[in-house]
Design a protein around this ligand. Structure first.
Ligand code: PLP
Length: 349
């Protein structure tokens, strides 16, 4: 049976790499590292990664939806979900507000919103989601009117992966937002919320940081979608292994797989392994070549549940470097990892 290994040492190393970077840019102040565990912890397995993160001292997690938050609710002090409604109040689970009307929706499902902790998302230039900065005062007033707790104010810098000057413009806009929140906190008398705007690449890109915490996703799993020197010691956490289903000897001219796009040049032994595009390995149609870590080629076209390769090893590593696979399919490591089926067994090593 195919399986995934999760390397605990590499995961802890990656937290340490982020920690060392933060200590180097802000030596006098501790910035909290929060784990982004959305989308089944980027395909690594939500509960497993939540356990590893919390046992290594991470106190705050971010996930996509309420159900993910519930599944890890005993592991963290604070859990924020980005895009969903709340169905039952928990004092340490917070929905995100992207629009004034979200508050009315929460009220419909929860009734009285008193004491509900929320995080307020502000659009600082990516123009994807979050409230418009000019609405800041009115949204916060509505939060206070409903006696909700404003736990955090955050933005998402969408320019961390490149050299675009917009990266710094977005940081400036968030600084302005913070200043206005501080003022409101003084005039309206609510406790200062936490502030956060940096994901993995943005965190490694900045030379100073005045936020309370950083939201680290892909770097915890050992990757970035760009090259930054301070992140060069990140180590991939996940490896995907497949097991042999069967082997056969093929003659010169024999063809393999759907539509027979791959034809044998010689007599060869070909084996089939139990990972296919249904498990998250992208489909090859014959236009591009994908090699396994041991140098063997995955023979196109691979199927939904299996692929063929040369040789007859009983077990074979399919992915040990999501960056390599991402490069072949013109995507980023996030997408390669997040596609991995939750049904594949995960083993912590
Ligand atoms: C996914 C996500 C992150 C983490 O991004 P990485 O690039 O994986 O570190 C942070 N913040 C928000 C809002 C996200 O959606």
């Amino acid at each position: 049976m195919a399986y995934i290994t999760i390397n605990r040492k590499h995961f802890e190393n990656n937290i340490d790499v982020v920690k060392r970077h933060l200590e180097s840019i802000e030596p006098s102040r501790e910035i909290e590292i929060a784990a982004v565990l959305k989308d089944n912890a980027y395909g690594h397995g939500l509960e497993i990664m939540a356990e590893l993160a919390s046992s290594y001292g991470i106190k705050t997690a971010f996930v996509k939806n309420y159900d993910e938050a519930l599944r890890i609710k005993d592991k963290f002090d604070c859990i924020t979900f980005f895009y969903d409604d709340m169905r039952e109040k928990f004092s340490h689970i917070y929905p995100s507000i992207h629009h004034l009307s979200d508050i009315d929706r929460f009220e419909k499902s929860l009734g009285n919103l008193s004491d509900l902790g929320v995080e307020l998302k502000v659009n600082v230039g990516m123009n994807r989601n979050g409230i418009t900065p000019s609405d800041l005062e009115s949204v916060i007033e509505k939060i206070m009117k409903n006696n909700m707790r404003l736990i955090g104010v955050f933005a998402h810098n969408g320019y961390g992966d490149g050299e675009d000057a917009e990266f710094y413009a977005e940081i400036e806009r968030f600084e302005d937002i913070k200043g206005r929140v501080v003022k409101l906190s003084n005039t309206l008398g609510f406790p200062m919320p936490r502030f956060h705007t940096l994901n993995s690449s943005s965190t490694f890109r900045v030379k100073t940081c005045s936020d309370s915490l950083v939201r680290i996703g892909i770097a915890l799993y050992g990757y970035l979608a760009c090259d930054i020197q301070s992140a060069s010691n990140l180590k991939p956490v996940l490896k995907l292994y497949a097991n042999k289903v069967s082997s056969r000897i093929l003659k010169k001219g024999d063809r393999v797989g759907y539509d027979g796009v791959s034809q044998m040049n010689d007599e060869v032994i070909v084996s089939t392994y139990d990972i296919g595009y249904g498990d998250g390995l992208c489909r090859l149609n014959g236009d591009r070549k994908l090699f396994l870590p041991n140098g063997n080629e995955i023979i196109a076209k691979n199927s939904m549940d299996c692929f063929s390769s040369y040789g007859e090893l009983d077990e074979i590593c399919v992915i040990d470097d999501a960056n390599y696979v991402a490069g072949i399919f013109d995507t980023i490591p996030h997408e390669v990892l997040v596609r991995l089926s939750p049904f594949i067994k995960r083993i912590v090593v």
